[in-house]
Design a protein around this ligand. Sequence first.
Ligand code: GLA
Length: 344
Amino acid sequence: MALRAWAPGRVNLMGDHTDYVGGLVLPMAIGLGVEITGDRGGDWLMLGSERYDGVAEIPLDDVTDPAAVEPPWARYVAAVASELQPNDGLVGMIHSSLPPGTGLGSSAALEIAVATALGADLDDPLAVAEACQRAEHRAVGVPCGIMDQLVAVSAVAGRVLRIDCDSLAIQHVPFPDDGEIVVVDSGEPRELASSAYAQRRSECEAAEQLIGPLRSATPADAETIDDPVLRRRARHVTTENDRVDALAAALAGGQLRYAGELLVASHASLRDDFDVSTAALDDLVVMLRGVPGVFGARVTGAGFGGCVVALCQPKTRLKVPVLWRGRPAAGASVTERAPASPAG
Ligand code: GLA
């Protein structure tokens, strides 16, 4: 069975470093992503990559330790196969339009594209996202939350996703007709991302020991913490949760100016309280805010480099290279067709 599977990258508009404490997030899928073309069948998963050397050669009955698979990019592929235990293998090729290391959910897009190509049930997006989140933990040991995988599989064109990462309920919020999202790469690779990410996560857990679950704590609760670092971490998460609902309402109501102010407030919180911004990201946000037609901008995703997201009037002219611009895109999809019958 010849197939083409697609999974998008994502940009997060609000709610960073909130998913792993069961907080709120507001991401959307973008038009860049991972495509897998190939033929299903057999009992091996064999994938080449347009971008990386080597081949992922995974025997479906023997993927006990995905983290030991070579080449390293194939660990994501092996871990997804191990989680899904598909009946049929696949021989194919991976094509990606997502630049790696820019914080646009490229590993989640790869995982969801592999799962989709292997026949995962897209009618059960939560199960697919959870399998791919476990795969990421096993493949590379990054204790990521569920946001990236869930948006890659459940996004709807023209909508942003308000996800409650505790109940995992999703609301699709309409994106205003007179707005546009622009993604700009800072050019700074996110080298620190995995170790510093795990550190932030454990700081949030330490704050929870003091004031209870951050998903339901208030900004006032955060101020009762004596330790200045843990207080700032908790302040970010609790105020960011509030900003998710404020931004969802602002977008649904077409209040683009207020939406932009919320992005700017979130950037300050990620910079000053969560310490995940860099000088390059800060400069980019300041520069973008000065451009007519830009309502607001912030770092997006884990931070420590990567991209800035801006909310603009459509076709706003910027003086920096734009990585992607547009409206919310759709989630994962697959098209299958039977092989053409031999002539004669
Ligand atoms: C990465 C993780 C997500 C989320 C963001 C920060 O993208 O994969 O789960 O935690 O960082 O919001």
